[in-house]
Design a protein around this ligand. Structure first.
Ligand code: PMV
Length: 314
């Protein structure tokens, strides 16, 4: 095998998935739609080693998710022990989708290192087996992920240059999240009285959001994305034990976005399994959003991004 390095950007879901229909094959219960972040990036290098070694952001770790993934891939392909070194230019495991860019870069690097000649669909398939949202990080731009039988269909709805939007990430905590998405999703499915209603609502929002992206209808996308975000966090709150990812800074950022909008600024928020708030805006309002969130209580740092492209060998 040869040494390979791949780079991928994280993506944030505008219509979110939370819950699987097949845990073993890692297939989400509902479709989802995401946007890729250009300025945030994960770089993953793979080389042959004496034993499997995983180094994340300079620290050697026994990452259970990656080790499980290697075991699954080895059931299908033979390859020697690997040294995997991965680093991101943003905080990992805190709701900024580091596992999405991580598994996207890892799958692409593995395909290259082993000269497997996987198609983009096959790379998406293996990335999804590691972290379902990772399949969306391979294409770039606006991407959909739809469950389809024993697999999923991943499609690019619009490329990064098709819509001039920007994203402001308000980092409100550098702590790692307490409950990971895999465990949290099982708990929600098993204990929330609202789980089925969440699935129905998401399927409807997805159809409308796809249309909103195709028509570049910002206001419609804004209201659907905020509804998807709030409903996912309502589901999390109704899980036993409750999944509470927000902190006080998260709420302050939501208030700030509502105020911005009242002042005529076109922007909307979305929040994943973590406390950070991502604000999507038309690029003409970028500095206004950056300035407002920068002076919002509880915001530790601001990251600015455009819409990112696909994962690549680098
Ligand atoms: O696929 P995972 O394990 O990275 O979970 C993704 C969960 C959310 O980010 C909250 C939603 C989504 O659709 O990306």
């Amino acid at each position: 095998m040869r040494t390979a390095t791949a780079c991928a950007h994280p993506n944030i879901a505008l219509v979110k998935y939370w819950g699987k229909q097949n845990d073993e094959l890692n297939i989400p219960a509902t479709p989802s739609l995401s946007v890729t972040l250009s300025q945030l990036k994960t770089t993953t290098r793979i080389e042959e080693a004496q034993a499997d070694v995983i180094v994340l952001d300079g620290v050697r770790v026994d990452d259970a998710k990656i080790l499980r993934w290697l075991e699954t891939v080895r059931h299908n392909f033979e390859f020697p022990p690997l040294r995997i070194e991965s680093s991101s230019n943003f905080p990992a495991s805190s709701g900024l989708a580091s596992s999405a860019s991580g598994f996207a870069a890892l799958s692409l690097a593995l395909s290259d290192a082993l000269e497997l000649d996987w198609s983009l669909d096959e790379i998406c398939e293996w990335a999804r087996r590691g972290s379902a949202s990772a399949a969306r990080s391979l294409h770039g731009g606006f991407v959909t992920l739809e469950p389809l039988g024993e697999s999923c269909r991943v499609s690019r709805l619009a490329k990064e240059s098709d819509w001039d939007l920007s994203v402001v990430v308000a980092v409100t905590s550098s702590k790692k999240k307490a409950i990971g998405s895999t465990t949290g999703m099982v708990a929600s499915r098993e204990s929330s009285p609202f789980y089925d209603a969440w699935l129905d609502a998401t399927r409807e929002q997805y159809v409308e959001a796809v249309d909103a992206v195709k028509k570049r209808n910002f206001n419609l996308l804004a209201s659907l994305a905020e509804a998807s975000c709030r409903q996912m966090h309502a589901l999390m709150l109704s899980t036993e034990p409750a999944l509470i990812y927000w902190n006080s800074g998260t709420l302050k950022c939501i208030e700030a976005v509502i105020e911005l909008r009242l002042g005529g600024c076109e922007a909307f928020y979305t929040i994943d399994a973590g406390a950070h708030v991502k604000v999507v805006t038309k690029t003409q309002y970028l500095s206004q959003v950056q300035e407002k969130l920068g002076r919002t209580e509880g915001v530790e740092k601001i990251l600015l991004s455009g819409i990112g492209g696909k994962a690549a060998i680098c």
